[in-house]
Design a protein around this ligand. Structure first.
Ligand code: NAD
Length: 367
């Protein structure tokens, strides 16, 4: 199969982790006889530096002409004082909107080898396997009007949270469909005791649930969900929520399972999916070669599964990640004080080697 991808490394640790994900993708393509065709383009701060636009038309066109997009991360303190439309993050939000990627899937899994890396007791985190289904094109991140107005000292800032019924319904259906392939539980997270958006959200989700009688639906306020996530993470199956609540809770889940650097994501729903680790550009560790590339590598697995239906290849990458962790390799975010940390590129190479072994075994089984 031709795997025609646009690669958007972005800023900070984005290029470092994306490089490792590409090595793994190349190895999986070689092992299973696929052809990888890559086009690298700028986004975020890298694009602002080159063209003064965080999503240049050339980048968008390349994404639209490819079958899937693999992205690193955007964001740089250098642009913190820029107006909203000229910030790196604005490029990513526009890309998601242009590609119609309304469903953001964020799995948070506790790898058995990493039970001790969680700040929670191993017995609490053991077996955690959550899928966040986050609405990605609505809520506060896109709502209008938005502004900061007035004279210094008396300025007023405004953001708008808006949700229309069809937008709630389409993301709810994604969550229910995915839940049917898992443990048949959907927890819808909102703030319906305070927000009108959440009241409508709850009503529409409850109505949709009637079409999925095999799936058990429950509701929770976001503050309560944040607490339960650390008290009993393994009770969560599919978590359905709006844009900002999903952003926050999924980062929290990264902490629960050991590191934000482990989390992958798929932004789907439109014709072309965007795959990226959940973490940001991590300026505090950028350029040091110590970033954890596993979130980016697992995002490559999600790309193969969701955009190309290559389940066997995706499973090989996921198996390789489990394997390197079982063998004790740990980047600095996971290594304990007495443990030698694996660098970003060593972790990537180890994943490639593990993947090659698993791919040979899978092919022998088939032969
Ligand atoms: P961040 O996710 O970049 O970092 C949070 C913390 O996690 C930092 O201490 C960082 O070192 C650590 N971390 C993150 N990824 C890691 C990895 N792979 N390996 C090891 N440690 C890792 O969030 P932040 O510091 O709040 O934001 C930094 C910049 O990233 C900001 O400009 C923000 O807007 C941007 N951001 C971008 C995205 C995205 O591109 N999707 C997401 C979140 C934040």
């Amino acid at each position: 199969m031709l795997l025609n991808l646009t690669i958007l490394p972005g800023d900070g640790i984005g290029p470092e982790v994306t490089e490792q994900a590409i090595l793994v993708l190349q190895a999986v393509a070689d092992a299973f006889g696929h052809q990888l065709q890559l086009q690298h383009k700028n986004i975020g701060g890298a694009a602002l530096a080159a063209t003064n636009d965080p999503l240049p038309p050339e980048t968008l066109q390349a994404c639209l002409a490819s079958s899937a997009v693999l992205l690193g991360a955007v964001g740089s303190p250098a642009y913190d004082h820029y107006p909203n439309h000229l910030r790196p993050e604005a490029g990513l939000l526009r890309l998601r909107r242009e590609l119609g990627a309304y469903a953001n899937l964020r799995p948070a899994i506790c790898f058995p080898a990493l039970e001790d890396c969680s700040p929670l007791r191993p017995e609490l985190v053991r077996g955690t396997d959550i899928l966040f289904v986050r609405e990605l094109l609505g809520g506060l991140y896109f709502g209008e009007p938005r502004s900061i107005q007035g004279a210094p000292g008396s300025r007023v800032a405004t953001n708008t949270m808006t949700y229309a019924e069809p937008a709630i319904e389409r993301i709810a259906r994604v969550a229910f469909e995915l839940a049917m392939k898992r443990r048949q539980k959907v927890l819808s997270v909102d703030k319906a005791n305070v927000l009108e958006c959440s009241r409508l959200w709850r009503e529409v989700v409850t109505r949709c649930a009637k079409d999925y009688p095999g799936v058990q639906l429950s509701h929770m306020y976001v503050d309560s969900a944040a607490m339960s996530l650390v008290q009993r993470p393994k009770d969560f199956d599919v978590v359905l929520t709006e844009n900002m609540f999903g952003d926050i809770l999924s980062d929290q889940a990264g902490g629960v399972v050991g590191s934000l650097g482990l989390l992958a994501s798929a932004s789907i729903g439109g014709p072309i999916g965007v795959y990226e680790p959940v973490h940001g550009s991590a300026p505090d560790i950028a350029g040091k070669g110590i970033a954890n590339p596993l979130g980016a590598i697992l995002s490559a697995a999600m790309l193969l599964r969701h955009s190309f239906q290559l389940d066997r290849e995706a499973a090989c990458i996921e198996g390789a990640v489990g394997d390197v962790l079982n063998r004790g390799y740990r980047t600095a975010d996971l290594a304990g004080d007495c443990q030698k940390a694996t660098t970003t590129s060593e972790m990537g190479q180890n994943a490639v080697q593990a993947m090659k072994k698993l791919a040979s075994a899978a092919k022998r089984k088939l032969a």
